[in-house]
Design a protein around this ligand. Structure first.
Ligand SMILES: [Zn+2]
Length: 315
């Protein structure tokens, strides 16, 4: 047994993780807020347990090269809220922890009250990576390709002018995307694209569909550090407009738990890992998740309702 135990860790490497924050000590917005008390607790936990904090690109590259990223984490902050600058940023500096800040360009450029100014973003840039989070923070899946390009161009140009370099990374507003949206942004030139689905970073991680674990409220980071990306092959989701007809995939287990927002969890048996699930379920929310789970392994897909809005409303 001892010999087996000695060799096993090579195959049992856990994943690395990217944690996402939005606001700090802004208790008006509980769903997107993290208290600095909680942040400090998380930072101390990582320090005491010898986790290394690196830039997200470094983490992704290390994982791709087959390095053990088990003890590596990375931090990101969306929306460039002033509360990060005021409350979160000083702690990151104190711990010498790098981070990536995704700028909501309209909020910053038009001096919306809650958002950092370009001057603040430039100050933050000395300590972390600064990247792009759209111009108008639109619901991307509701836009045409041309509208997505228009929003991105505007954001890209203002960002480059004010920050001094061109962003190579993009975080989806609200974490909403689909294959079409992803393709438009890849063609635009982004090398790293981040979603907001829970998951882990390992050798198989795609640089253009990177999962991030949002930490808000009271969170026990030790549990989140156990999350592992499930090795899923041939994932297919068939829908008829807003109805999910069938989900199929190959998973490494005899059964798997499948979740759809507002429908809930269901155990499904597999045949040699293959399963088909025909929920015939009409989506209730605009933003939905399909999750495959087994123990601490998960695989998540975002599904948004088909909906068109007038782009003029977003300008
Ligand atoms: Zn956002």
């Amino acid at each position: 047994m001892r010999i087996i135990f000695f060799f096993l860790p090579f195959f049992l490497w856990a994943d690395g993780h990217i944690f996402l924050y939005h606001r700090f000590d802004d208790f008006r917005h509980l769903y997107t807020n993290t208290s600095t008390k909680e942040l400090l607790k998380n930072f101390k936990y990582l320090k005491e347990h010898n986790y290394k904090v690196v830039n997200s690109k470094t983490l992704l590259k290390m994982a791709k090269e087959g390095k053990n990223v088990d003890k590596y984490v990375s931090f990101q902050i969306d929306d460039s809220f002033k509360s990060f600058y005021k409350n979160g940023f000083p702690l990151f500096k104190k711990f010498h922890y790098p981070f990536t800040l995704f700028v909501y360009v309209k909020g910053t450029d038009k001096h919306f009250g809650d958002f950092m100014t370009w001057k603040m973003v430039r100050e933050v840039k000395k300590y972390g990576d600064v990247q792009l989070h759209s111009y108008a923070h639109p619901h991307l899946t509701t836009l045409t390709n041309e509208e997505i390009i228009k929003d991105t161009k505007k954001a890209f140009n203002l960002f480059t002018k004010n920050i001094g370099y061109s962003p190579d990374s993009y975080a989806y507003p609200y974490g909403e995307y689909d294959k079409r949206v992803q393709k438009v942004l890849v063609n635009f030139g982004f090398k790293y694209i981040y979603n907001q689905n829970e998951g882990g970073i390992n050798k198989n991680s795609s640089f253009i569909d990177v999962p991030r674990i949002a930490l808000t409220g009271d969170v026990d980071i030790s549990k989140r550090l156990n999350i592992k990306e499930m090795d899923v092959k041939n994932f297919k989701l068939i829908r008829d407009k807003n109805k999910i007809l069938k989900i199929s995939a190959i998973v490494p287990y005899k059964k798997v738990e499948v979740y759809i927002t507002k429908l809930g969890w269901k155990w499904i048996r597999t045949k040699n890992g293959y399963f088909e699930y025909t929920p015939n379920f009409t989506l209730k929310n605009f933003r939905n998740r399909v999750i495959l789970r087994y123990n601490n392994e998960i695989y998540i897909k975002m599904v948004t309702k088909v909906k068109r809005v007038n782009y003029k409303e977003l300008q």
